[in-house]
Design a protein around this ligand. Sequence first.
Ligand SMILES: O=C(O)C1=C[C@@H](OP(=O)(O)O)[C@@H](O)[C@H](O)C1
Ligand SMILES: C=C(OP(=O)(O)O)C(=O)O
Length: 407
Amino acid sequence: MTESTAHTDLWPAPVATAAVDATVTVPGSKSVTNRGLVLAALAAEPGWLRRPLRSRDTVLMADALRAMGVGIEEGVGPDGTGEAWRVIPARLHGPASVDVGNAGTVMRFLPPVATLADGPVRFDGDPRSYERPLHGVIDSLRALGARIEDNDRGALPLTVHGAGALDGGPVEIDASSSSQFVSALLLSGPRFNQGVEVRHVGAALPSLPHIRMTVDMLRMAGAQVDTPESGGEPDVWRVSPSALLGRDLVVEPDLSNAAPFLAAALVTGGRVTIPDWPEHTTQPGDALRGIFTDMGGACELTDAGLTFTGTGRVTGIDADLHEVGELTPVIAAVAALADSESVLRGIAHLRLHETDRLAALAKEINELGGDVTETEDGCASAARRRRSPTYGDHRLATAAAARPRSR
Ligand SMILES: O=C(O)C1=C[C@@H](OP(=O)(O)O)[C@@H](O)[C@H](O)C1
Ligand SMILES: C=C(OP(=O)(O)O)C(=O)O
């Protein structure tokens, strides 16, 4: 999808006339695919990524790594089943140009990789990418020995003058605006001469499951990582210098992208099964099981996958989504159909995502008849209106009857 079509392509939202009953296979995780690509590109030997997500963000990541010399062949896997990408690491080089689009993972995970290239790597992207925070990555890399030209903006566009290696070592970073600053430094950390020790200083870090995902995937690739959870200091992550293994990685389904299908079961009183739902995962989407159960459904994890059943009655929730912010859009939409009020908290940083997600959700849901108010750190959604807004006036009732269901 190009940036212009992303804003102009309209498609008719499906309408359920009865309770849904479906099995929906969701595509691979974007976060796992893009971490997998980076780790495979930095490995000492070739590797495979099976069932990768093919999306704008992942294609941009693959193209960017190719521009720096990495071989990425798209095809079917070693056993002939399903899509698989072969990643063949190579000595990284500039000059290269990277289009980050509006992908947080590309704009944040790749500048550290570019410090390991021989030569300049220029980063540019969609207009919105210039507004998304990147200072944490730029300042940290400079403190670790990198040369970066950014016209003192602390944002895109920028050029990383790769020197083929980076000293690395300890660095302090305020990652309260995005957990991706921490993930970015950790992912390339094994390839820095002294590894890296990242100390977060500042307000609470969002999206901790995504940092756990980074740590888990680094460990699977053979890196040694010390974390607050493994007995280290709070808010400090340490990666030792080491070679990385080439892995044969099967990408989990994107559980956050299961949200609209689980929501369909919840609001229509139907049933949806998502195959291959992992028993253990670092994906934040796993939290949907608890959140949508609190909102009135029930779920069961079996060999067939996750089966979620709704009753058609939706209960409002008061939830702190700081750790699982990317689930907010669907939860907010479901909350607009609830019998009681909802408050979604801890998600001020969503104003800095692909768009200002809090403003966009309030505007779009309210245009469809909801009652959402932005708060300082999230949004509040009133209970669903039981009747059309007819003001007790029969002529307004005729207007409401003719209103479009959606745009
Ligand atoms: O590292 C990742 O893959 C992500 C981290 C989170 O970013 P923030 O910490 O910026 O919210 C999340 O919201 C985003 O959808 C994906
Ligand atoms: C915020 C997201 O993506 P990113 O920050 O990686 O662009 C997302 O996918 O919800």
